[in-house]
Design a protein around this ligand. Structure first.
Ligand SMILES: Cc1ncc(C[n+]2csc(CCOP(=O)(O)OP(=O)(O)O)c2C)c(N)n1
Ligand SMILES: [Mg+2]
Length: 588
């Protein structure tokens, strides 16, 4: 086990304080760790390299030591930091060594950029005194990182390290959140400073949206006949889940959720019509999208307009003005704190519809009741479409087909999941099925890769989830292709004693690419993987456990063994390679 840094006996003489403000000379690494801790960071995810040794020394000798989780690929370290931010809503920290350590982390940093995740990446950097002479791994990282971070810069002075780290965390955590990168020249990190330098600023609270904007949205809702409210990840990340649910309930708004907002309305809630998405988006006259971009996942914000009907009016609400869509006309928009938005909206709509009455009928004294009009026919229409979709699923979720239909796995898994389970998806078709058919009962427990769609998030997300939610079930759904990117980090689960249930939907193919290529060209290449590859034995070889399942009735008992095992466990389910997820969009 490599958890020796947890041993208080190893804490040395140079103790870090929470604010790093005492005056004894300490190296930049100790200053950085103290500053990170002052921003609520509990864990450093990393992969070793000499350029960052002082950050480890700082972690080990802090009092108490900072938990250090060493992984097998830098992208896993950054994905773990990203999942920490997404699950705990406090910033995540990854430490990468110079050069290839940083470049290996870039896909994960970009994922954090697309997901609006508050991640700070601290990195080593070749020494200043030799800069330009070609020392090992000398490269100017911030130039590479600038396009995918909120800010990327180099710190050259030991006495500025604490301030730089503190500033990085403040920038990352301020709405709209995102990754921040700082690299430290060897002089800054190994050099000693007597002074911690100026303290970094506290992240500013997002301002409330302009009341006039909220009022305009309330006016649109008051005049709508078929409105839909779409909730996305920033509703969760902005801690607005309670306010969002209260507003939806107050206004009787049909709700569709995506990303980390899944679960804001729990599975089975009257107003949750995610399963009737197609009907809702086709027939709505007003779509209010909050906390998620109008990207390919939402048809780029084009709703309705079929068969000669006018397109729906679209409202976009985000936590910061630069997140408001500019690629399509909007009927209204608002930017700012999302709790304040939902609270203001719930109050503003009744004001626009008149006094609240008892029966809600138009033209009666109850006409002012929020949602009066759409409660009568629009909501029931969506609820009926939802019921129809769910009834149609039943047969496949219970499918006895051999080879296994992937949906049967979710039929079995849904029965075993606790309310607070964390479910992570890393893969193609296999994970698309999960996104559609596993409806969370709480927000903040679902992690998909987000709009950047990067395969390989799996083990990093799982490591972080296990640490962030120590008593919850953590389930990682892996396509067999996706598994190849990060499965070596099952070793990290084993070394750090982090039990996770991994379920591999093994169709022996890059399914999400194979089927579309077949459809386009009538043949496919570069899309096959080894059939029945024993990914379960990979995890066993790394010190975990696992088993292969080839028949539908073997799934439930295997999952039960996995949950009971208390170790990293991979259930390798061989699924039917002929089955393609029925996809209506390619995202292009
Ligand atoms: C890093 C990265 N490389 C390639 C892709 C393109 N891609 C998207 S889905 C997919 C296939 C995934 O296969 P698998 O994980 O086995 O899931 P399946 O579709 O077979 O269920 C590929 C290659 C990607 N999204 N990310
Ligand atoms: Mg596959």
């Amino acid at each position: 086990m490599t958890e020796g840094n947890q041993d208080p006996g190893r804490a040395g003489a140079a103790q870090a304080t929470r604010d790093g403000s005492e005056d004894a000379p300490r190296h930049g690494g100790a200053r950085a760790v103290a500053a990170a801790r002052a921003h609520d960071v509990a864990t450093m995810f990393t992969l070793s390299g000499g350029h960052v040794f002082p950050l480890y020394d700082g972690a080990v000798k802090a009092d108490p030591p900072m938990r250090l989780v060493d992984v097998r690929h830098e992208q896993t370290a950054v994905f773990a930091a990203e999942a920490t931010a997404r699950l705990t809503r406090r910033p995540g920290l990854a430490v990468l060594t110079a050069g290839p350590g940083v470049t290996n982390g870039i896909s994960a940093i970009t994922t954090a950029h697309f997901n609006g995740s508050a991640v700070v990446v601290l990195a080593g950097r070749a020494p200043d005194y030799r800069w330009g002479s070609g020392s090992l791994q000398e490269i100017d990282h911030p130039l590479l990182l600038a396009p995918v971070t909120k800010r990327a810069w180099t710190e050259h002075r030991a006495d500025q390290v604490a301030a730089a780290v503190s500033e990085a965390f403040s920038i990352a955590a301020a709405a709209h959140r995102g990754p921040v990168f700082v690299d430290f020249s060897l002089e800054a990190l190994f050099g000693e400073a007597a002074d911690a330098g100026p303290a970094g600023p506290v992240p500013p609270a997002a301002p409330a949206p302009d009341p006039a904007d909220v009022d305009a949205i309330a006016g649109l809702l008051a005049g709508a006949g078929r409105p839909v409210l779409v909730l996305g990840s920033d509703v969760w990340l902005g801690a607005a889940e309670t306010a969002a649910r209260a507003a939806a309930e107050e206004l009787s708004l049909p709700v569709i959720t995506n990303g980390q907002a899944r679960g804001v309305l729990p599975a089975g809630h009257d107003l949750l019509v995610t399963r009737a998405r197609a009907v809702a988006f086709r027939e709505a006259d007003l779509v209010v999208v909050v906390g998620t971009p109008l990207d390919f996942r939402l048809g780029y914000g084009e709703f309705g307009g079929q068969d000669g009907a006018p397109p729906a009016q679209v409202v976009h609400v985000a936590d910061a003005p630069d997140q408001i869509a500019s690629h399509r006309p909007l009927a209204a928009s608002a930017a700012g704190d999302l709790v304040a938005f939902f609270t203001a909206l719930a109050g503003a709509v009744p004001r626009r519809t008149g006094p609240r009455g008892a029966d809600g009928a138009a033209g009666s004294p109850g006409a002012g009741r929020p949602g009066a009009a759409w409660r009568k026919s629009w909501l029931p229409r969506l609820q009926a479409a939802r019921a129809e979709a769910m009834a149609a699923d039943g047969a496949l979720l219970a499918s006895g087909a051999d080879p296994v239909h992937p949906l049967r796995i979710y039929g079995e898994l849904a029965r075993l999941l606790d309310e607070d389970a964390v479910v992570i998806g890393d893969g193609g078709d296999f994970v698309s099925y999960a996104g559609k058919y596993l409806e969370p009962r709480r927000p903040g427990g679902w992690l998909d890769p987000g709009p950047y769609g990067c395969l390989g998030t799996g083990l990093g997300y799982a490591i972080a989830a296990r640490i962030a939610r120590p008593s919850a079930q953590v389930v990682l759904l892996l396509g067999d292709g996706a598994a190849g990117f990060s499965l070596m980090d099952a070793d990290t689960l084993v070394r750090h004693r982090l039990p996770v249930v991994m379920i591999c939907g093994n169709n022996g193919a890059w399914g999400l690419e194979k089927h579309p290529m077949q459809a386009l060209y009538g043949y496919d290449v570069a899309a096959d993987l080894q059939p029945r590859c024993r990914y379960d034995e990979v995890v066993q070889a790394l010190g975990g456990a696992g088993e292969i399942v080839t028949r539908p009735d073997g799934i439930a008992p295997a999952l039960r063994r996995a949950f009971a095992s208390g170790v990293p466990y991979l259930v390798n389910v061989i699924t039917d390679p002929a089955i393609a997820y029925p996809r209506s969009t390619t995202g292009i």
